[in-house]
Design a protein around this ligand. Structure first.
Ligand code: SAH
Length: 261
């Protein structure tokens, strides 16, 4: 490893207590409309900042989720991928909100439906830029269409650029990033490349762990002097950050109910 991950002792108990309290209110914010869903996330204190509320109201989840659009649960979008639950989207935006200021640069790894990339773009504004990396080409095409349904200027202007690629390598040409969000669980630990591509003062939010039910959402800060501070925030369940073939194979086995593909 060419980057030393220094694990500093930080007062995590407070963070953990707050996280647990908030987690207990997760999964309960269903609505009939996007506004109602966002209002419920706010009522349950998952959304705490106006900027996050505004972004989530501007990006209607109904345009991104094929089923149960306003249910507070992940939904399948095909190819072994899901659009994450609204409360996880809200946590990610909250955790990154300091980095999602006007003009910020964001990398969204495993951008899937494109929902969070659009929210990030709303928060970083016209001077900001969001790069989405997704390894399933059909999801890249679909996510661009999803964003174009309500904010075609984001794509046309290049403020949001979504590309096919292996997100474990990040996206070097646009690095460094103020915020990096990873929407799939890193089974082999946090990829060094992503840490390298984080700007000083930047923050990454990434689920880490190799089994469903054994993953933790981590917050990784690169301090201004380059020091790395990691905190484990809460237990989570994400699809794996993996290679495309193994994701497809698992998905096809499940869909077509065959053992060997
Ligand atoms: N934030 C997205 C989450 C999608 S699920 C949303 O809410 O819509 C996680 C995504 O990560 C899937 O689309 C999956 O295809 C993608 N993925 C998994 N491993 C990847 C990798 N190595 N590189 C790029 N994308 C990956």
């Amino acid at each position: 490893m060419d980057i030393m991950l220094k694990q500093l002792i930080v007062p995590v108990s407070l963070v953990v207590n707050i996280a647990l309290l908030r987690v207990s209110m997760a999964w309960r914010s269903h609505g009939q409309t996007n506004d109602e869903l966002v209002d419920n996330l706010k009522a349950h204190n998952i959304i705490q900042h106006d900027e996050v509320e505004k972004a989530m109201k501007l990006v209607d989840r109904g345009l991104y989720a094929p089923h149960n659009q306003y249910m507070d649960a992940p939904q399948s979008i095909g190819y072994g991928a899901t659009i994450s639950a609204p409360h996880m989207h809200a946590y990610a935006l909250e955790l990154l909100h300091e980095q999602l200021k006007s003009g910020g640069k964001v990398l969204d790894v495993g951008s899937g439906s494109g929902y969070l990339s659009a929210c990030f773009a709303m928060m970083v504004g016209e001077k900001g830029k969001v790069i989405g990396i997704e390894h399933v080409p059909n999801l890249v095409t679909q996510s661009i269409k999803n964003i174009e349904k309500h904010a075609p200027e984001l794509i046309a202007s290049g403020r949001v650029k979504i590309s096919v690629g292996d997100g474990r390598k990040g996206y070097e040409p646009e690095a460094p990033y103020n915020a990096i969000h990873v929407g799939a669980a890193a089974e082999q630990g946090v990829p060094d490349e992503l840490i390298k591509q984080l700007a000083p003062g930047g923050r990454m939010v990434i689920p880490v762990g190799n089994k469903l039910g054994m993953q933790a959402l981590e917050q990784i800060d690169k301090l201004l002097d380059g020091q790395i501070v990691r905190q484990s925030l809460m237990d989570v369940m994400y699809v794996p950050l993996t290679d495309k073939d193994s994701q497809y194979t698992k998905w096809r086995r499940k869909i077509f109910k065959v053992k060997d593909l």
